[in-house]
Write a protein that binds this ligand. Structure first.
Ligand SMILES: [Zn+2]
Ligand SMILES: [Zn+2]
Length: 353
């Protein structure tokens, strides 16, 4: 398998972002990403997908959309839609009909920023996901760069601080969202976790200070989705797009917070009597399954079964565990950064049945 780094969920001038698709592609190349997926609000921008190049470097830019009901007050239930190849915003008023529409179109859907609190100092409302009775979606956005910012914007002063020192913002996916994910998994659902940036590159004006806050480049260095594809990217858009979306649909990916240190090289796999699997996949418990995780550099590895921590390996680069019971097993990795222990890697689960 080949690992590629994907940054997904971001906005351009076609909705409420400040940059163009070309700006995004250039920022992605500067920061060493392989793929970006642009998702403007309630519009599917056509004709801009493809490889963008600067010198000998290239990035694949794909276009999806983020759909929500603009007549709803407050405007909750944002859904990221990929690979549907048509504008599905006409179905926005009914989340289940929207998800069904995505499936009919052969697309993927992720519940965006499942918990997104209000930030009254900036007149930002709560736009969490609320329609939890839906089914049939691909997964959830476990870690969203912008929602987490809203949790720390207690006053305007906090806003100014984080605008200049954005490295202090990201801590870990919201615990409520992790809990929700574990609950969904415990109920037998296969729910793929991805990390999104929700980059807007907004312009801020505070008195004499004018600044682009949280530029695309910054987001592209922080929370990414690392995706495992069977062949290296070929440079052919249809082939590469298919490999990427198949891997995301299967959950063959992990969420990596690449700012403290690159998460490239993380592996979580399982080996049973007759087969070997990667994260996102299912394996029989019969005869036991050896679960193994490997990190690019040492950190604290936690193994969870059905949402409960069953093993902790501190300052380790690898771990192995013999699983004999069926369950949903996933790995979290934590490391110290800027004086706090922060989430670094969140794997998709291996389903031992
Ligand atoms: Zn949104
Ligand atoms: Zn968004």
């Amino acid at each position: 398998m080949h690992e590629i780094v994907v940054n997904l969920h971001m906005h351009t001038r076609y909705s409420d972002g400040s940059g163009s698709h070309k700006d995004i592609a250039q920022a992605a190349i500067r920061t060493g990403l392989d793929v970006v997926i642009v998702t403007d609000h309630n519009v599917l921008v056509q004709g801009l997908e493809g490889y963008y190049r600067v010198g000998r470097s290239r990035v694949l830019l794909l276009v999806g959309q983020e759909v929500h009901d603009q007549d709803r007050n407050p405007q909750k239930n944002h859904l990221l839609v990929f690979n549907a190849n048509r504008d599905l915003s006409t179905l926005a008023d009914d989340p289940q009909a929207l998800i069904n529409g995505v499936n009919d179109a052969g697309g993927l859907s992720f519940l965006a920023h499942p918990r997104d609190p209000e930030a009254p100092a900036f007149k930002e409302t709560d736009i969490s996901w609320e329609a939890w009775d839906v089914h049939g979606y691909t997964g959830i956005e476990l870690w969203n760069g912008l929602s987490e910012l809203k949790t720390v914007l207690h006053t305007k002063l906090h806003g100014a601080f984080y605008a200049f020192f954005p490295h202090f913002i990201a801590h870990h996916p919201m615990l409520e969202v992790l809990q929700r994910w574990d609950d969904l998994l415990a109920n037998g659902a296969r729910v793929v976790a991805v990390g999104g940036s929700d980059a807007h590159a907004l312009h801020m004006h505070m008195g004499p200070v004018k600044r682009v806050i949280f530029p695309y480049d910054f987001h592209f260095r922080t929370v990414n989705t690392h995706v495992l594809i069977p062949e290296p990217l070929t440079g052919e858009v249809p082939t590469d797009k298919k490999m990427i979306y198949e891997a995301l649909a299967a959950g063959r990916c992990f969420v990596g917070y690449d700012l403290p240190a690159s998460t490239r090289g993380f592996v979580f796999k399982g080996k049973g009597l007759e087969q070997s699997v990667l994260m996102g996949e299912e394996i029989s418990a019969k005869g036991g399954v050896t679960l193994q995780a490997h990190l690019p550099t040492p950190a604290e590895i936690r193994l969870l079964k059905d949402g409960k921590t069953i093993g902790i390996w501190r300052d380790s680069q690898a771990c192995a565990y013999s699983a004999i019971e069926p369950g949903v097993y996933r790995v979290e990795v934590w490391r110290n950064y800027l004086g706090l222990k922060r989430g670094w890697i969140f794997s998709n689960p291996i389903y031992v049945r």
